[in-house]
Write a protein that binds this ligand. Structure first.
Ligand code: ADP
Ligand code: ADP
Length: 234
């Protein structure tokens, strides 16, 4: 069940080629990591998959649909199904909006807000990511980095996604709370059958978390490996 099919992706910044013909597929329920040194093109690949930056060449297919051919207007309808989670936990939440509103906003924007059920849905999403629903009253800066990353994941889940594009989601978190967030992500993948494109420069994290790893260097895929046989226990 192929969720994402990326073919010959090229991303240029002016004359510099950041991504130089990257291809891969990702199945539903799979964690595919992009690993490699800083500057090798991981984030640029993620942005191009999300169509937050249109690739210069190549194709991105998501659930069989060619995103690279869609207009912005058409993309708006697909976007909820592929959601980003970025490195800066405070970056995905607007600083002046309470957590409750940040999680409710995708539901409202997508016309799925029912005033009689919405607040309970928000509470359920917060609970799902391990936040007490009372945290809904807080502003992002009143949360720790880990709590804030969890709130950002709740906001992503509100869109009912099939794919999360996670760009270094635990790299700026305190090492002591990384495992908790990774365990949450593993549970969500298992429960919801989500696919993850997991950008991570840390090989220890990748080895622990990914089903399959693509190594990148200078904008290209140099190798592919699996940390463990699929379905083996952690
Ligand atoms: P990684 O995520 O692996 O660290 P990036 O995709 O961020 O790699 O960067 C790949 C290359 O593209 C690097 O050489 C980087 O300096 C360059 N780059 C990234 N973003 C921009 C940008 N907005 N403008 C110009 N160059 C960029
Ligand atoms: P401003 O608060 O600066 O007026 P907007 O409300 O126009 O900003 O939203 C700016 C961006 O923040 C938009 O991309 C929007 O999707 C996002 N956004 C809107 N409401 C929230 C919210 N409650 N939490 C997080 N992000 C939000």
């Amino acid at each position: 069940d192929v969720l994402l099919d990326v073919r010959g992706l090229v991303v240029r910044y002016g004359k510099a080629t950041a991504v130089d013909g990257v291809s891969f597929t990702l199945a539903a329920g799979e964690v595919l990591a992009l690993n490699g040194p800083s500057g090798c093109g991981k984030s640029s690949t993620a942005l191009a998959v999300l169509q937050l930056r249109r690739p210069d060449r190549g194709e991105v297919r998501f659930e069989g649909r060619r995103l690279t051919g869609l207009t912005e207007r058409e993309l708006r309808r697909v976007r909820p199904r592929l959601q980003p989670v970025f490195q800066d936990p405070y970056g995905s939440l607007s600083p002046r909006h309470r957590v409750r509103d940040a999680v409710a906003e995708p539901l409202k924007a997508q016309g799925r807000w029912d005033p009689s059920e919405g607040p309970a849905r928000v509470a359920e999403l917060l609970d799902r990511v391990g936040l007490d629903p009372s945290y809904g009253d807080r502003l992002p800066h009143e949360l720790s980095g880990g709590q804030c990353q969890r709130a950002g994941i709740a906001r992503a889940l509100a869109s009912d996604p099939r794919l999360l594009v996670l760009d270094e989601p635990v790299s700026s978190l305190d090492p002591s709370i990384r495992a908790g967030v990774l365990n949450l992500l593993a549970d969500l993948r298992d429960d919801l059958g989500l696919g993850y494109l997991f950008i991570c420069h840390d090989r220890a994290v990748v080895r622990h978390f990914a089903d399959r790893v693509i190594e990148m260097r200078d904008g290209r895929v140099t190798s592919e490996w699996s940390p463990r046989p699929p379905d083996a226990a952690l």
